[in-house]
Design a protein around this ligand. Sequence first.
Ligand SMILES: Cc1cc2nc3c(=O)[nH]c(=O)nc-3n(C[C@H](O)[C@H](O)[C@H](O)COP(=O)(O)OP(=O)(O)OC[C@H]3O[C@@H](n4cnc5c(N)ncnc54)[C@H](O)[C@@H]3O)c2cc1C
Length: 461
Amino acid sequence: MPTLPVTLPRQLPLAQESQVLVVGGGPGGIGAAVAAARQGADVLLVEHYGFLGGMASAGEVNPFMPNNLKGKPLDAGIYTEWRDRMATYGGTDGGDTFDPNCARLAAEDLCLEAGVRLLYHHRAVHVERTGRRIDAVVLHSKSGLYLAKAANYIDSTGDGDLAALAGCTFEFGGASGHCQPMTLCFKLKLDPQDVPAEQRDDPHRALRQIMPQIQELWKQAQADGRVECPRENVLLFRGVDRGVVHFNTTRVIHRNATQGAELSDAEIQARRQLRQIFALLKSAVPLFAHASIYSIAPQIGVRESRRILGRNYVTAADYEAGRTFPDAVARVTYPIDIHNPDGTGTVLKHLPPGRWYEIPFGCLLPREVDNLAVGSRCISVDHAVHSSVRVMPPVCSLGQAAGTAAAMATAAKIDVSQVDGLALRQNLIAQGRNLVDDAVPAAPSTEPLRTPRNKTTSLSA
Ligand SMILES: Cc1cc2nc3c(=O)[nH]c(=O)nc-3n(C[C@H](O)[C@H](O)[C@H](O)COP(=O)(O)OP(=O)(O)OC[C@H]3O[C@@H](n4cnc5c(N)ncnc54)[C@H](O)[C@@H]3O)c2cc1C
């Protein structure tokens, strides 16, 4: 690529100082900022958008995927508080389905009540580092460039922007070198006149009955080119409002979400697929004949990008073995859930009932920088484990762990990487996190990874 000389400022104003600087306000950043502030740290949370929630709001992903053990959430803590606060705005169905606007409100409530200072419409664009420590982060906003400084930093950007800007090493993608596909989520609203009278109290009953025909139509439309989406089926969920149908169906492959122009192109491709899906359903499915567009996510959803290499690294073999760690900061039962990076198919691989695997503290600690923790989906795990740990409830718990560790470090005047993982685990247990030491050794699964092509599933994110 050709280059041109530019004149950028050599000195920037130091406009923000805090003890803990969290970059990114998605599920991980919310967990991190609230936890750190509740532990007594002065916390600044910097977010690119003008609201919190990350993929839960900007990506309109839905519902919260279950990370449960014996029917109980493993992520009791800031995640369940966030979900329960949404309910006070009428923003859930009483379960895991939620409204993205209420997700914004509830997240902001938790942050403000904990004393987190929020800085919206700011993006981290550069990191100043000396040796193994970050000195400051350059932020960009409408007012230009300036510096923010802290004792400890948390990367909750999803993409690992902060760690990458700090020069940390990372992995990217699966065997083919590509990451999981991106998906633009959208919702349609059914018109009651299209719903049989006896099913108007719950139009999703009518929808469930015709799903086999919709999947058949989908295959035909792919074959004759009416839809360009390579996804194996139509993946949909209910919305909070009656008659609202949430689509997790568009699929854009081979675009790198950390490359600006590719991300832009992915948005255009995804909206082309959205138009095709809307037209197909309206023209060929009577239940959708008068359906309207209810919402389109502000941005395409990014499932996977960088995975920042840390001091521990959890692999598919650890998942299979249900491996546990003394310094565990999260427990996960959600399956390996890989949307094919190269086209059609989804790999779903469940642990046996009652089993889980764990993420140790070291997966949150980048190898090269001492005063930085990752509280986000982009932790140090392989492609398969990432597909499991990436769903919102465990990501919120990873953030809670990173934030707690950063506050402990700040109080002790040490770097976050020096925090004792066993003490961190005890602190998280004291906060109500389900990490008590009653681990049943998990039996290794013998079932190989499989790709159930064309299989309809309601448990895939
Ligand atoms: C299409 C799709 C469907 C999914 N479905 C589900 C589902 O049904 N259930 C479920 O539980 N999970 C689902 N997931 C997974 C889940 O939504 C994400 O893995 C999770 O939100 C990751 O949380 P995070 O906080 O790490 O990152 P994000 O949610 O991506 O949040 C990152 C935040 O950081 C901000 N940011 C990024 N870079 C910068 C920067 N440089 N400076 C400042 N701010 C920055 C962003 O604006 C964003 O707000 C889905 C994901 C996708 C993409």
